[in-house]
Design a protein around this ligand. Structure first.
Ligand SMILES: C[S@@+](CC[C@H](N)C(=O)[O-])C[C@H]1O[C@@H](n2cnc3c(N)ncnc32)[C@H](O)[C@@H]1O
Length: 271
């Protein structure tokens, strides 16, 4: 039976060619496999692991570029632990800023109902429900897997009565909200992505030839519906094309925001 020390050494070596920090990822995988924490691993290096085969299967999956979160089925977002499953986009830390921006809009407009286009695992809508306890949310996604997972996460955080998840495109069949939020697919088809990112659903990543096609449709939809405010995440290189689009469509009250690395990351439009 291998010990913790041996399992960590062997798994870090198996991961060395495919991940940036093999030792750290080996620790995460072993800690999750054993259902223990890092302190246990550090203080029990001679602990013998009886059921090790499944752990090395996990390591092999990670070595062949399966995102770590799909293996552990856990993802941290806004300091909460959400469930994540293969076939649904892994939430990114920068999207926490979109949550904050939307909370500010909800407060500024005294809004009571919000809609989200492209809910994925549900993290944005669920955080909005937790941070602004009076609002009702309609959230849509075209992926059945995403809608099922988002419902599961809403139950985990006991907000399932305040968020209705719809398997639909854009806002089809959904009442017009006061505030609209979206982190839609915005990557250009031409962009080269890392292997582990390409193992995420392509319908959640690619927004079209240029990447900003869905963002533009959402802006026009918000304008048509007379929505009070729209908040969207976008790609770091899409500010210029979005700004030109706003000007061409006579949209004046807009602002862009940056992520923690100082990169352009999203925009707000007030009606
Ligand atoms: C970038 S992911 C965002 C997921 C989640 N909101 C997050 O921030 O982690 C985009 C999501 O939009 C969904 N999507 C793509 N096209 C859509 C459409 N026409 N209507 C609604 N959702 C769509 C995808 O299935 C995917 O779940």
């Amino acid at each position: 039976m291998p010990t913790v020390r041996e399992a960590l050494r062997q798994s870090a070596s198996m991961l060395s060619k495919s991940v940036k920090n093999p030792k750290k990822e080996a620790m995460i995988l072993l800690r999750e496999w054993l259902k223990k924490d890092d302190v246990f691993l550090i203080t029990h290096e001679d602990f013998q692991i009886s059921d090790i085969d499944g752990f090395f299967e996990w390591v092999k999956r990670r070595a062949s570029h399966t995102p770590l979160e799909y293996i552990t089925q856990k993802v941290s977002f806004y300091s909460r632990e959400f469930i994540i499953k293969e076939g649904v986009l892994v939430p990114r830390p920068e999207t926490e800023i979109l949550v904050d921006k939307t909370v500010e809009l909800i407060k500024e407009f005294g809004a009571e109902n919000v809609a989200e286009i492209g809910a994925g695992s549900g993290v944005i809508s669920i955080m909005l429900a937790l941070l602004t306890p009076h609002i009702q949310i309609n959230a849509t996604d075209i992926s059945r897997k995403a809608v099922e997972l988002a419902k599961l996460n809403a139950q985990k955080f006991s907000v399932e009565k305040r968020i209705k998840f719809h398997l639909t495109s854009f806002l089809n069949g959904v009442p017009a909200p006061q505030i609209l939020v979206s982190n839609p697919p915005y990557v250009s088809k031409k962009e080269e992505l890392e292997k582990h990112v390409l193992n995420e659903p392509h319908a959640a990543l690619f927004g079209g030839e240029h990447g900003d096609e869905m963002l533009k449709e959402i802006v026009l939809l918000a304008k048509k519906l007379g929505i009070l405010a729209l908040a969207c995440e976008m790609g770091y290189d899409q500010k210029e094309s979005m700004e030109n689009f706003f000007q061409d469509n006579n949209i004046k009250n807009y602002s862009f925001y940056q992520d923690l690395n100082g990169l352009d990351r999203g925009f707000i439009i007030k009606g």
